[in-house]
Unconditional design. Sequence first.
Length: 391
Amino acid sequence: MDYIFFTKSILSLDDFFPLAVELKKAGMASQPLFIAPNRQTYEYLRKNIVLYEGIKSIGGKLTCLYRYKNRYMNQIYNIIVLRKYIYKKVISIELYFPGKLVSLLISYNRRLLKGKRVRSLLFNRPFEQSINCFEYIRIVKGEPEKNEVEEKVITGYDYVLLSQTKEQYEEIHKLKLIVDCPIIRVGYTRGLPEWQRFLDKNESRYLSGEIEKPFVFFSLNRTNRWLLGEDSTPSDELLKECLLVLKKFNNDIMTVFKPHNNTDMDKVVAIIESTGYKNYIISYLHPWLLIKNAKFTFSYTPSGISVDAHFLGCTTVEYAHYDSRFYKYIKGQSMYLDSVDFFVHKDTRQLEKVLKELIYNDSKVQREPNKLSDDFPVLSQDEIKETFCNM
């Protein structure tokens, strides 16, 4: 069986790839193809050497549409990329609508070759934390609570993939989900075991060289005012604040900065240099590989990286300054609740105290197994086979 995953960001590739590895292991995906919407996105995804080599290790391929500037060359090139739709049964998994040409080829494949079209609505966050993510956006934009429940209608697909249950998805997004096909709950795809085994097997090869233990994994994000908070500190200022504190420990621990695809790296490098920061490296390795080996994970805005780090058992620190309306709503907690072990709300003295504790002591935060399994449901290999074998 051939699977094609339409991915438009590193986040969606992180969601799709572990599932593809499991399908390959189960003998259900021969040569999975991951397609980015354009060359710019492809080049960014290509930088993540761990994911890129992981795709090749299962006989897959990462490519893109619209590779050229010339319209006519793109039409020919896109048909070459999508040629499997003409002669083989294909299961297409889409995060977004991939365009008219793709839609026509998928329709042809479904009608004549019994292919399947799957819409992905994955959001790899625990239920309550997912609600907080969307509540923050509503609150900082000053949007009132909705009196009427809106409908989200998805038609023309064979299946819809969800991380949560349908009822949870509707509560998270404050809407009614209406579909004309079966819904498949795949849980926390990033936690699927074959993907983790790949990371563990190749850990020493990727981490050898310039990265030295112990190190703090520093997740980079935006460098402007985060999500329009009316009285929150711009994230570039937050970045500088926490660097000036963490700088005091440069001699005792290395810092590994990992850029996000929306990070302005020219601005970040200028901020790092302005603080006189040292003993650091900027890495494009997959964050999970860094998390698994870091002394702790650090972010200067709310970050989904904290969720993944929590699942992997790595201590998490968040230094942030929330919009006061949301800070009141969240009752002084992090947006990501217990996924953040140490939450510091714009207090450099408290941050220094936390860093001293984590850098100079070997205390490790413990996770509660039952809550972890509830928050992060992970399908077994048998469940994967049962779920996808009839497609």
